[in-house]
Design a protein around this ligand. Structure first.
Ligand code: PLP
Length: 402
């Protein structure tokens, strides 16, 4: 490894644990000057940054879809930085190109798709999938998705000049297929976007119904599985995902529920990408890909590859199973002990509505829960993105409010 990095890491060790969370708001970052900053000031700042990120390393971290990163993923991240190759020139980096393809082949098999590439996040993936849909199906400019879909779908429609129409959901935030059918009969869509794991409560839309309706109207079917796609690794969820091979595109974010560092997202397609333009770039040996990303290297997939190869699939299955178990325990406990309205989901998010006079803002500020709205009600949201998050620890925090 680069000597400078080894020196930096060992110097950092001496500074770690010198900062407390309450110091973080008071710290001033060193100024950007012509001269390098003082080493001690810099190391103290880096250790403070590590302290800030350690908020995830707690049994009561349930605010967001941001897990701690496993050691093998961190190593992959570091190696990606040291390598810093660009796969726009794959012939220069044959090993990195082989690893990328091996990881994509594994994900294609898992998600029953034929083609895939890595991308920086599902916001970009949703945009690219709708861009492809627009190129391939010119029969309409209408996109249907549920009211609970991620806001990146609305952004993508605005960028692509597509008309977005929302379909109602049931009380558990799942798209209502009969409403979708009615809308399609009214106006044929260009594409239907189903969500497998909504951002607020983790609901999975009726995927098979959405697929069948899209086929009936010859529309593109995109599945945003950014969050819920993590479950595909478990044998017990195979029936839920049985018809994925019929979707036109699917996106999934290993950086949400597979303990990977950002950016780690994959966009998968049933058909090869349609050439969007005919350009040859004379400084590249190969033509640029038809996908959205330009320069890319191991940062998108080396952490995931090292997790899959280095830890094995069983370890990932256990990680997903154990966080789903904790979410279930949390749900059951709240159900037994309170009369709060609880919104469970199969993907590891539990939302709950308490009476309006109970205020958990202090717990939200500490990063324990987040706040959201479901069916017009203000709810608190517990996200089990990490097996470190424990139901018992969250219950202890909530005890004074029971
Ligand atoms: C369902 C869903 N889709 C898409 C996204 C966007 O993902 P990213 O933040 O990686 O762009 C999110 C983010 O939380 C999400 O929950």
């Amino acid at each position: 490894m680069n000597d400078e990095i080894i020196q930096l890491l060992s110097a950092l060790q001496g500074y770690l644990s010198q900062v407390t969370p309450s110091d973080l708001h008071k710290l001033e970052t060193p100024p950007i000057l012509n001269q390098a900053a003082d080493n001690d000031v810099l190391l103290a700042m880096l250790s403070a940054l590590i302290e800030e990120g350690s908020i995830h390393q707690s049994e009561t971290w349930a605010a967001h879809m941001t897990p701690t990163i496993s050691a093998s993923s961190l190593l992959g991240h570091l190696i990606a930085g040291l390598h810093n190759g660009n796969l726009l020139s794959p012939q220069i980096y044959p090993l990195l190109a082989t690893i990328e393809q091996q990881t994509l082949d594994y994900l294609c098999k898992l998600f029953q798709q034929q083609h895939a590439h890595f991308i920086a996040g599902s916001s970009y993936a949703n945009l690219e999938a709708l861009w492809q849909a627009k190129q391939q199906c010119a029969n309409s400019n209408i996109i249907y998705t549920s009211r609970a879909a991620h806001y990146s779908i609305a952004k993508a429609c605005q960028i692509l000049d597509l008309k977005l129409e929302f379909i109602d959901t049931d009380e558990n935030d799942q798209l209502l297929p009969e409403q979708l059918l009615k809308a399609c009969n009214n106006q044929t869509p260009l594409a239907i976007v189903a969500t497998a794991g909504t951002s607020t409560i983790g609901a999975i839309d009726p995927l098979n119904d959405c697929i069948a309706i899209a086929q009936q109207f010859n529309a593109w079917l995109h599945i945003d599985a950014a969050w819920g796609g993590a479950l595909i690794i478990l044998p017990e969820y195979q029936s839920l995902f049985a018809k994925l091979s019929q979707a036109d595109s699917i996106c999934f974010d290993p950086h949400k529920a597979w303990q990977q560092p950002k950016p780690a997202s994959v966009l998968l397609y049933k058909q090869p990408l349609k050439p969007m333009f005919d350009i040859t770039i004379d400084y590249l040996e190969c033509s640029p890909p038809n996908s959205l990303p330009g320069s890319r290297g191991g940062e998108l997939f080396l952490p995931l590859w090292l997790t899959l190869v280095g830890n094995g699939i069983h370890s990932l299955q256990q990680q997903v199973q154990s966080r789903l178990q904790q979410a279930q325990l949390f749900y059951e406990h709240l159900k037994q002990r309170t009369n709060w309205i609880i919104y469970p989901s199969s993907t590891g998010i539990v939302c709950f509505h308490i009476d309006d006079s109970t205020d958990l803002t202090a717990l939200v500020d500490e990063g324990i829960f987040s706040q959201a709205t479901v069916s017009g009600e203000k709810v608190y949201r517990a996200v089990f993105a990490d097996p470190i998050t424990k139901s018992a620890a969250l219950i202890t925090v909530l005890e004074p409010y029971f």
